[in-house]
Design a protein around this ligand. Structure first.
Ligand SMILES: [Cu+2]
Length: 394
């Protein structure tokens, strides 16, 4: 496929997704609602809310036709949303179905330190086939997230992240800005070559490991697989260095992302934010990737209401916010200017797919009560409605 062909294809894809007529169709809205994290229902054990997370290899479609192998919690990228109330007792059963080590870190949460998910510091890594149970009380209030803390650079951009929302029945934000609808957005950035190399290397190690096990020559230390903390400690006493301090390759190959996603999808598959005139919506933004995003909304000044989950003493208005890696921000958008508006990274390298614009984390704020006569955009001879408004606006 030539670059020109690809451009034409991607323009056609964009048009198909953003064809103004279809933007307002019930089927489009239903499909769109599936582009947000799915909530994981708790199972009660006495007064404890329990959740089950597993990690396995998964195929994720970034845009139609582009599929990548990832790691994913419960076969979803992002992982399912865990939503609890302040003070809830929470228990998460975590099962590792892969050949890699993992942990879960509860980002922004005040958990007991043994539950913090940092391998070899607060717990042993959860090794292949093992289960670990995380227990904590849900504090503090706000938008938080969870992610793997083993081989974080690879595992996070492979999809091991999910939202963790701690609600308060007496929500301070809802009091000041009454809203009915809210949306969770998890941002990430992916170097597909890095992912492919690393996952291939993992498969190679699996093959080698199986071969060595069969031949009775398997070396636990080389593969960093121990049955217990005591066994690892014994190895360390004899001079073993855990993988933290052993470089696997030289020179280092650091990831250079060229795909940018919101909720595991790139434009034109990114979610739309639907709103109505006079309505306020709450948007929870989580940067679970490695890049800093400068997120800009057209046609509106939104309210920044929470920073890292903490309600701001004095919310303020802006139209561009900086979402650094690891940060969460909550905003309120007031429906005051009917239309179809772009919401995107103003570091425009991140609104591309493999270097081609439009793509990446480009999204739209869509007024679902836009009058019929305004729904046609850019009529052009022979190409009625085929040019996406979003792409032209940017
Ligand atoms: Cu992991």
């Amino acid at each position: 496929m030539t670059r020109r062909d690809f451009l034409i294809t991607s323009a056609a894809l964009s048009a198909a997704t953003l064809l103004p007529g279809s933007l307002f169709a019930e089927t489009t809205k239903k499909e769109n609602s599936e582009r947000f994290p799915r909530q994981l229902e708790p199972v009660m054990e006495g007064d404890v809310k329990t959740f089950r997370l597993f990690i396995d290899i998964h195929q994720q479609e970034l845009v139609p036709g582009v599929r990548i192998h990832t790691l994913a919690f419960n076969n979803q990228v992002p992982g399912p949303e865990i939503r609890v109330n302040r003070g809830d007792k929470v228990k998460v059963y975590f099962k590792n179905k892969t050949e890699l080590n993992h942990t879960i870190h509860w980002h922004g949460m005040h958990v007991p330190w043994r539950m913090d998910g940092v391998p070899y510091i607060t717990q042993m890594p959860v090794m292949s086939g093992q289960e670990f149970v995380y227990e904590f009380v849900a504090e503090p209030y706000g938008t938080h997230f969870y992610h793997c803390h083993w081989g974080t650079l690879l595992h996070m951009q492979s999809g091991m992240y999910g939202s963790l929302i701690v609600e308060d029945p007496d929500d301070p934000i809802k009091k000041r800005f009454p809203y009915e609808r809210e949306y969770t957005l998890l941002y990430s950035a992916h170097d597909l070559n890095f992912l492919r190399n690393e996952l291939n290397a993992m498969l190679e190690r699996m093959k080698e490991r199986l071969y060595l096990v069969r031949n009775g020559r398997f070396d636990k230390e080389r593969f960093a697989v121990f049955d217990s903390k005591e066994e690892l400690e014994g190895a360390v006493r004899k001079g073993y260095q855990p993988p933290y301090v052993v470089s696997r390759r030289a020179p280092a190959e650091l990831a250079q992302p060229f795909w940018f996603t919101v909720n595991g999808k790139s434009y034109p598959s990114t979610p739309n934010l639907y709103i109505r005139e006079g309505e306020s919506i709450r948007v929870r933004l989580i940067n679970s990737g490695t890049e800093e995003h400068s997120l800009h909304l057209h046609g509106h000044d939104f309210w920044l209401v929470c920073d890292d989950g903490l309600p701001l003493p004095q919310p303020w208005q802006m139209n561009t916010m900086r979402l650094s890696p690891g940060k969460t921000l909550d905003i309120i958008i007031e429906g005051k200017n009917r239309g179809i508006w772009t919401f995107h990274d103003h570091d425009t390298r991140r609104v591309t797919n493999n270097g081609l614009y439009p793509g990446g984390n480009l999204m739209a704020l869509v007024y679902e009560d836009l009058p019929e006569e305004e729904r046609r955009v850019m009529p052009m001879k022979g190409m009625n409605n085929l040019i996406p408004k979003v792409a032209l606006d940017e």
